[in-house]
Design a protein around this ligand. Structure first.
Ligand SMILES: [Zn+2]
Ligand SMILES: [Zn+2]
Length: 173
């Protein structure tokens, strides 16, 4: 595997030679597993890991890719903006066509290479748009002073208590 300076596995590992399966003809399939560490899926998408089952089936139109994959993407917690590893599950079923005139968005290259990168990128971008929390109880940022309330305490609440609440509090005291 080729690794670049940042430690990410290059997206070349996502290029699969399916020439053998094309030759086998319709009805044949091939099961394998992906088990990748930090991988750059595309210029703008990288995952902390990517693993799971991958099935390639020869059809008349090309190769049907079926995969159940687990991955983690780096995202910002939507409450406190802390960079967070967000685990995602990808359930994929997509046709890679051999014929250029096919409606399919994905093609097998003329040299028999099936490149999973554009498909994985599309799936990850969709799933990655979910709201991410660093942890379920994240306290977020103080809307007044911006302090991260998970790690810092601020005095905004104490300083800006609603006068009506303050009166109530005195009664309770
Ligand atoms: Zn958070
Ligand atoms: Zn504050």
């Amino acid at each position: 595997m080729s690794q670049n300076a940042s430690g990410y596995v290059n997206q070349r590992v996502l290029k699969i030679n399916v020439g053998f399966l094309l030759n086998d003809g319709p009805g044949h399939s091939h099961n394998s597993r992906l088990d990748l560490p930090q991988t750059r899926v595309s210029d703008d998408v990288q995952v902390d890991y990517l693993n799971g089952a991958l099935r390639l089936s020869r059809t008349k139109e090309g190769i049907l890719v079926q995969a159940h994959l687990n991955a983690a993407v780096q995202a910002e917690c939507y409450r406190c903006l802390t960079p967070t590893a967000h685990p995602i599950t990808l359930d994929i079923e997509e046709l890679y066509a051999t014929q250029p005139e096919s409606d399919s968005e994905f093609r097998i290259h003329e040299d028999g290479i099936l490149d999973l990168s554009p498909l994985l990128r599309a799936e990850i971008v969709i799933v990655g748009m979910e709201r991410v929390l660093c942890h379920e109880e994240c306290q977020g940022l103080c809307p007044t002073c911006g302090a991260n309330l998970n790690t810092d305490s601020c005095r905004c609440d104490l300083d800006n208590v609603d006068p009506r609440l303050a009166a109530l509090r005195q009664l309770l005291d």
